[in-house]
Write a protein that binds this ligand. Structure first.
Ligand SMILES: [Fe+2]
Length: 345
């Protein structure tokens, strides 16, 4: 099954067209939920979704909420992956239209609140709590307040199918939401233009790609091999090292500053050297390392692009590699594969 096959279920049902202020029948959402339940068991569909998500992650935007990897153009129905780090508690939030949520990796604890009582009493009134393991698919039809928590020690992933009307206040309601309800975070436009946002986005992308790599690995399908190269290129440096075990220092390992306008500086003190990045809130210490790496860090702060094997100083190749990986992990620099960089996974 491909994602397009799942989309057909929505297209051939009574889901309203984009721009129509109407909700589908409950039976249609239940039918769609059954289709999503079958879909998340289907490796081919998951890999299709991962391929689309990886394409989305090629850009350098910092995500603050779900970002769709596909939208059914005629219906406005969106598909998005959710990433949940261990201990994540995003806060109770409200859905004002139907939505379908599938746990596709690890597990989530779902908490719900009594929406009517919460609005009436002007405080969040707990209602239910249950565990959702991988493969479980839930849905919301009437407006509700809930929160998916990851109470496990591993990352979890979810697949969301979202109504285009979700987030719009029901026209019949005039009351404002009760206090404590997460209404989303809207950063100032100036802050979002800052070069350091690219650094944060690069770090975020590494963790997301690592989880997508795990999802691909769990399918074990031969078709997944095509996606490995993308994961190794976009993911954290440890993924490349684990994947092929080769010494990248012997090959071309070019690092390029994540944003040309990103200001970096370094400072030596007490036997160590610190690499600073300019953030919207001022200078941030990104790497603190033994003074033996001073010349290498000075070069990284000065040059927009460089080869890891050319990092100066009395360093072993392993030390150069560690510095290169640290520079990648911080998101300050990006890995740029050159011709001949071979994916062997
Ligand atoms: Fe939600």
């Amino acid at each position: 099954m491909k994602l397009q096959d799942l989309c057909e279920v929505f297209c051939t049902s009574d889901f309203p067209g984009l721009g129509v202020q109407a909700h589908p029948n409950r039976s249609s959402v239940l039918e769609a939920r059954a289709a999503v339940t079958a879909a998340v068991q289907d490796d081919e569909l998951l890999l299709d979704c991962v391929a689309r998500e990886l394409a989305m992650l090629e850009n350098h935007e910092l995500r603050r909420s779900l970002v769709p990897f596909h939208i059914i153009s005629d219906l406005g129905i969106a598909f998005a992956f959710g990433y949940h780090p261990p201990g994540a508690r995003p806060g109770p939030h409200e859905h004002t239209a139907w939505t379908i949520t599938a746990v596709c990796r690890n597990e989530l604890e779902m908490r719900t609140w009594d929406r009517d009582e919460s609005y009436r009493r002007r405080e969040l009134v707990p209602k239910n709590r249950f565990q959702a393991v991988s493969g479980r698919v839930g849905f919301v039809y009437d407006p509700c307040i809930h929160e998916p928590r990851n109470v496990s020690a591993d990352w979890s992933m979810s697949l969301h199918v979202i109504s285009p009307l979700d987030g719009e206040r029901p026209t019949s309601e005039t009351e404002s939401p009760p206090p404590g309800l997460d209404m989303g975070f809207m950063p100032s436009p100036e802050a979002d233009q800052h070069p350091y946002r690219r650094v944060q986005a690069a770090r975020q992308r590494q963790t997301f790609v690592r989880e997508l790599h795990g999802l691909i690995t769990s399918t074990g399908r031969r078709q997944a091999r095509d996606l490995y190269g993308q994961c190794l290129r976009l993911g954290p440096p440890g993924l490349r090292r684990a994947a092929d075990g080769r010494d990248h220092i012997e090959q071309s390992w070019t690092l390029t500053r994540t944003h040309p306008g990103l200001a970096l500086d370094h400072h030596r003190a007490d036997g160590s050297v610190t690499l600073y990045a300019q953030t919207p809130a001022g200078a941030s210490a990104e790497i603190v390392i033994d003074d033996v790496a001073c010349a290498a860090i000075e070069l990284a702060a000065r040059e927009q692009s460089f080869e890891v094997r050319d990092l100066p100083g009395a360093l072993s190749s392993e030390e150069r590699r560690s510095i290169g990986e640290a520079l990648e992990r911080t998101g300050l620099t990006l890995f740029h594969p050159q011709a001949g960089w071979l994916i062997t996974a």
